[in-house]
Design a binder for this molecule. Structure first.
Ligand code: ADP
Length: 216
């Protein structure tokens, strides 16, 4: 049901206030505004068949086990306890949903997702697409000291998960290995509508980028 009780709204307000402190220092594109965009997008995609409370908590917490962030949480139950919050018995589903999300270069096979996890996953992928997705890709590459385009690295793209995380390559290679594929990875009809527009932005940017590189 696409509605929250006032107690659930209060839980989410406290979660928002307490969680944001843990994201203050991120400079890799996983700042708290990314989390907020995923929360808002997940909520707007969610149909009446899904549990909006579970979707929203999952969206807030979707980065907490990411090895890049090193947050001090090992389980969703730990988050509920630390922040003194009532997740109404959904801790286990939320934990499994979070662990089923994440593109990881498309190299990691994921367990099948619940409807709630599909909405959050789509919202997370949509944030890697469109104008913001382009900004995040160049920002991430810059944070890793990777060039946006060095012609000696032309054609170098990641072929496995280790390379996906560690290979020296151009920022624009990320379009080939991930961003331009995302439109086919989106799982919900609601997400596909938004993805179509964002894919067009990615695709026309990519074409313009290479036409400028060629000097045409
Ligand atoms: P995932 O693990 O699901 O592929 P991340 O959480 O690592 O994604 O990605 C965070 C942001 O940084 C996303 O917008 C993603 O597209 C971007 N990103 C990840 N790896 C790279 C890379 N090698 N070059 C450019 N951008 C990247």
């Amino acid at each position: 049901m696409k509605q929250l009780t006032s107690q659930q709204e209060n839980t989410l307000k406290v979660l928002d206030a307490k969680l944001r402190d843990y994201f203050e220092s991120d400079r890799s594109g996983h700042d708290f505004d990314h989390v907020l965009r995923v929360v808002r997008m997940s909520q707007s995609l969610t149909s009446d068949d899904a549990n909006l409370f579970v979707v929203t908590i999952t969206a807030y917490l979707h980065e907490i086990f990411d090895d890049k962030l090193q947050l001090p949480f090992n389980s969703v139950e730990e988050v509920a306890q630390k922040f003194d919050l009532d997740f109404e018995g959904y801790e286990e589903q939320i934990e499994q949903d979070i662990r089923s999300i994440g593109f990881k270069g498309g190299f990691d096979s994921k367990p099948s997702r619940t409807l709630e996890a599909k909405y959050v996953s789509d919202a997370d992928l949509l944030d890697a697409m469109g104008a913001i997705g382009i900004a995040r890709a160049f920002y991430y590459a810059g944070s890793k000291g990777l060039p946006f385009h060095d012609s000696r690295l032309d054609g170098v793209i990641a072929e496995n998960y280790d390379e996906y995380r560690n290979l020296t390559r151009n920022a624009i290679a990320h379009f080939d290995e991930k961003l331009l594929k995302l439109v086919h990875v989106i799982e919900t009809d609601e997400g596909r509508l938004v993805a179509k527009k964002r894919h067009e932005i990615l695709s026309s940017y990519y074409d313009a980028f290479y036409s400028e590189i060629k000097g045409s």
